[in-house]
Design a protein around this ligand. Structure first.
Ligand code: SF4
Length: 359
């Protein structure tokens, strides 16, 4: 336990609330760090940490998986995607299942791999599944600009990029769970800066702290939230100053703005949210898979037994799902929150099935 951590524990003790308060850790990387380090158990009894919608794989809607599966069934196309995505269940199938049936689906580590493949194989139609929040969208933008510059004809992007602030607004408006503070994602904030969170204290009167990912970062951030709460001065604070600048990364934002426009997006459990996603705009639209290909009507339904929607909204904790650890395990996941290496269900399954020692 380092000095920062011990100091945070002392502050937490000083500001321990009299009644239960709910603090949402928005980001999946925070969820994993909290579970892995047993931080929940080191907090006072009145501090309830709940997970949020900040794991890109977890919020991928069945609709988008179904759309992609329909496309690979109809066209001879090579799909590149990140690892966890292949196991995310759609309504009736997954990309992993389609791959096992002979569809051309590969895992890549960067959109550059997909573009390189398209350049090397001009007769093959290549699609990259662009997933992630504001953190990964700038890289997709750079690759699309390269494809445009090289006039690549056989390359497209299925953009399921999502934006964090609109989802937070929905959660706060929705009010299904009373949130008393938000731990905001460090990686996303490194791009967008602090300003996009200003509505949280202003309109909803709750503290908001951008946090790093070390155990001490998280504990200090929770202490900052408690202090704000106690003093009745909700604001946006930045605990992760070594990485996140007030203004974010204007160059990365500029790349996004050049290539993308806001669009409606499907979120697992949250439904279709206006202006919460990114679509390619002119003159890059011809690289947008939804613009390039027509697959017809998609009949999508999320598994009613899976409670990922409630987990992503902080309404339920993973063990409250009746399938947790029984019908649904990392080996046989039913929902994306158990698939993703940053999913709340996977985090609880791996680290919090056994009771932790307090202290
Ligand atoms: Fe869905 Fe499985 Fe999590 Fe239940 S335990 S919410 S079925 S991913």
């Amino acid at each position: 336990m380092n000095e920062l951590f011990s100091q945070a524990l002392r502050t937490l003790e000083k500001y321990e609330p009299q009644e239960t308060i709910n603090i949402m850790e928005v980001c999946g990387t925070h969820t994993m760090a909290i579970s892995r380090n047993g931080l929940r158990q080191k907090l006072g009894p009145n501090i309830n940490l709940v997970s949020g919608p900040g794991c890109p794989v977890c919020v991928t809607a069945a609709y988008d998986i179904d759309w992609l599966i329909e496309l690979v069934k109809q066209c001879h196309i090579k799909v590149f995607t990140f690892g966890d995505m292949v196991r995310v269940p759609g309504t009736r199938s997954s990309l992993a299942e389609q791959k096992s049936m002979g569809k051309d689906i590969s895992i890549c580590y960067s959109p550059a791999d997909a573009l390189d493949y398209a350049l090397a194989n001009p007769t093959k139609e290549v699609l990259f599944v662009a997933i992630g929040f504001e953190t990964t969208a700038p890289l997709t933008a750079v690759i699309v600009k390269q494809a445009f510059k090289k006039n690549v004809k056989n390359f497209s992007v299925l953009t399921i990029h999502k934006l964090v602030p609109p989802a937070l607004k929905l959660l706060l408006q929705d009010g299904q769970v009373q949130l008393d503070g938000l731990l905001c994602p460090g990686h996303v904030s490194a791009i967008i800066g602090l300003k996009p969170y200003a509505f949280i204290p202003r309109d909803y009167g709750i503290p908001c702290v951008v946090s790093g990912f070390e155990p001490s970062d998280i504990m200090v951030s929770v202490a900052m939230i408690l202090k704000q709460q106690k003093e009745g001065k909700p604001q946006v604070q930045n605990q992760y100053k070594r990485v996140v600048k007030q203004e974010g990364n204007p160059l990365a934002v500029q790349r996004m703005v050049e290539v993308f426009e806001k669009s409606d997006a499907h979120w697992r459990g949250l439904g279709k949210l206006p202006e919460s996603g990114l679509a390619l705009k002119d003159p890059y639209r011809r690289f947008d898979a939804r613009y390039k290909f027509t697959v017809g009507a998609i009949d999508s339904k999320e598994n009613p037994a899976c409670e990922c929607g409630d987990v992503l909204k902080g309404v339920k904790k993973p063990p409250q799902c009746k399938l947790f650890g029984k019908g649904c395990t990392p080996q046989k996941p039913i929902g994306p929150c158990m698939v993703s290496s940053e999913g709340a269900c996977a985090a609880y399954y791996k680290y919090e099935r056994m009771p932790f020692q307090k202290g």
